[in-house]
Write a protein that binds this ligand. Structure first.
Ligand code: NAP
Length: 569
């Protein structure tokens, strides 16, 4: 087993940690919430994998993992609290596959995960009910990314994450904690039994605000977590939100354990309460919790006699491989990206780390589907409508790009159409339409892109083998695609001094809607004449586009590269 030195406790388990462990490991809602996370992560865990439980606490989540997973894997428990981890050690150290690691206190917070367990060692990191308590989420996620192997999974869950469309009545864990705190203070102010604490209560509330905030910080929106994942080199799936019923009796137990008492009522006895203060705090919290439960039953649509409802967010992310971050920080614009080859290029550029602008002409619905798919890769993505053959529409699209992004690094001229006829039957309209979209479109786009194109930028245009070899019934299309080649070779000479490369990809026959007019029999016949034996896929073009967009192609310019399965050999 790799990794740094594991930790061992040097004192007996604390009363608080033992009470917490007892309270949560018997609470039905807590176990159900954990089991959902285990269900998400378990299909990904293979024999001999290293799983890190970040914020392992007293080991309750680790126990669930070990109970559910039948494969032989190593489990590393990591926490910043020696007291909590001590309890986990007591419960789990008999298992030879389990190790504990303590996050060390530093000048700015706690050591990063990679510093604690080693770099690139973990296959999976899971975390239950932890990150809403972590102040610097960016830094923490970066440490987790560093500790993970490439393509390693990171899954976490929390009941304290906000979002816009939370169902009415579904609480966050902190909503109830905050309310119990308020109700406890009301009791102190109004109930003569607690009169001794009433004096100076406002001053004590103020003095203890930072401690309370430390234990129960203000909840953050899901977007904060997703943004931090993106910045730390993760791609994530759309988060899921699940509702769970929490029995009042379980919740009361949870609220009463010592740590929560310190978080809820530091006004009564501070961090180190006397025995009497502790017992008064306990009575106050019990009274306040019962008041809260009555309040919920009366007013909350998702609360009944036994339980109330909380919402828990589940997030699953994957550490990108170095290939998948080679375009990180780049902004790409792809024309005609609502479907076919343009769509595949846009998705691949995003998969490799670029932010992407999708251009489309008519099909907004399909364009938005591409935007949603791309966002799953953690990339920024917007869709802009413009007919590439219309100079003014292209200009106003670039005005928006300038406002939103300020610059671009990669322009892919992909939009194109066919309108096939022999010259004898081709009127001027059909000729002009194809030339206007396929060739003038490349001029309009590239002309407006130049002022925004950063040094070492990339211009990639999608030509066609028909532009080199010609084809029956395609004089307009062939001329437009041949025009793109002359345009690109000349521009490569003009822009070389800025490190900007200009290249053309010439696809053969690629399975997209543009080929819908070809009958299946014709496609079969075509396949027979292709040395590699089949028509191409949009991804075959996208792979080359991503290479031409990357640093790896920086000495290639003015080229026309055929991707045709050997058709034209
Ligand atoms: P496709 O499936 O028909 O998709 C064409 C795309 O271009 C769509 O996103 C469409 O957007 C967009 N578009 C059409 N006219 C536009 C305009 N005036 N302004 C902006 N966008 C416009 O075609 P494809 O097969 O992916 O072809 C993509 C490129 O590859 C074309 O340049 C084509 O000539 C070239 N190519 C394709 C093949 C092949 O076998 N498929 C072979 C060689 C070359 P809307 O849907 O929004 O209108």
């Amino acid at each position: 087993m790799q990794g740094k030195n594991p930790w061992k406790p040097d004192r007996p388990t604390s009363r608080g940690a033992a009470a917490y462990h007892e309270a949560v490991s018997k609470a039905e809602y807590y176990i159900t919430i954990l089991d959902e996370l285990v269900k998400i992560i378990s299909p990904k865990i293979r024999k001999k994998d290293i799983v890190v439980d970040y914020g392992a606490g007293t080991g309750v989540s680790a126990l669930r993992l070990l109970e559910h997973l039948k494969v032989d894997f190593d489990l590393w428990l990591v926490d910043n609290s020696a007291a909590w981890l001590g309890k986990a050690y007591e419960v789990l150290s008999g298992n030879p596959n389990v190790k504990c690691f303590l996050l060390e206190k530093t000048a700015h917070g706690y050591s990063a995960l990679a510093e604690t367990v080693g770099k690139g060692v973990a296959d999976h990191v899971i975390s239950a009910n932890t990150f809403h308590l972590v102040p610097d989420i960016d830094e923490t996620f970066r440490g987790i990314a560093d500790a993970l192997k490439e393509n390693g999974t990171f899954a976490f869950q929390s009941g304290n994450i906000t979002r816009a469309s939370r169902p009415k009545g579904a609480l966050m864990v902190d909503d109830s904690v905050r309310r119990v705190h308020e109700l406890s203070l009301d009791i102190v102010r109004n109930d003569p039994k607690f009169a001794e604490y009433k004096k100076d209560i406002d001053a004590r509330i103020k003095a203890n605000e930072s401690q309370r905030k430390f234990v129960f910080p203000d909840p953050r929106n899901i977007s904060v977590y997703l943004e931090a994942l993106k910045k730390s080199g993760f791609e994530y799936q759309e988060p899921s939100f699940k509702l769970f019923r929490v029995r009042y009796s379980d919740w009361l137990n949870f609220l009463r354990v010592r740590r929560l008492q310190a978080g809820i009522l530091p006004e009564i006895g501070g961090h180190e309460p006397s025995e009497k203060e502790e017992s008064d705090r306990d009575s106050l919290i019990t009274m306040a919790a019962n008041n809260l439960f009555k309040e919920l039953q009366a007013k909350n649509p998702l609360a009944d006699k036994e339980a109330f409802t909380i919402e828990v967010a589940y997030v699953v992310a994957k550490k990108k491989s170095s290939e998948s971050s080679q375009l990180a920080g780049k902004v790409a614009l792809v024309t005609g990206a609502s479907r076919g080859i343009g769509r595949a290029i846009a998705v691949e550029l995003a998969r490799q780390g670029a932010d992407v602008i999708i251009n489309y002409n008519k099909n907004e619905k399909e364009a938005m589907e591409v935007v949603n798919e791309i966002k799953k890769h953690g990339a920024r993505c917007i869709a802009l409508k413009a007919d590439v053959s219309n100079f003014d529409e292209v200009k106003s699209m670039f005005d928006s790009i300038k406002k939103e992004f300020g610059f671009i690094d990669i322009l892919v001229n992909n939009a194109g159409i066919i309108m096939d006829k022999t010259l004898q039957n081709m009127d001027a309209d059909v000729w002009n339409k194809v030339i206007k979209i396929n060739l003038n479109g490349v001029y309009n786009m590239t002309k407006h892109a130049l002022p925004l194109l950063r040094k070492k930028g990339r211009i990639i245009s999608i030509g066609s083998i028909v532009g080199i070899y010609g084809n029956f019934g395609q004089v307009n299309y062939a001329a437009s695609k041949a025009g793109i080649i002359g345009f690109s070779k000349s521009l490569a000479k003009e822009l070389g001094r800025h490190g900007i490369t200009v290249n053309v990809i010439a696809p053969g026959f690629i399975e997209t809607e543009i080929l819908n007019s070809l009958p299946d029999a014709k496609k079969k016949e075509l396949s027979k004449s292709i040395p590699l034996g089949n028509l191409g896929n949009p991804e075959d073009i996208a792979n080359l586009a991503a290479f031409l967009a990357s640093e790896k192609s920086s000495y290639i310019t003015g080229e026309v590269i055929c991707v045709d399965g050997g058709l034209m050999l």
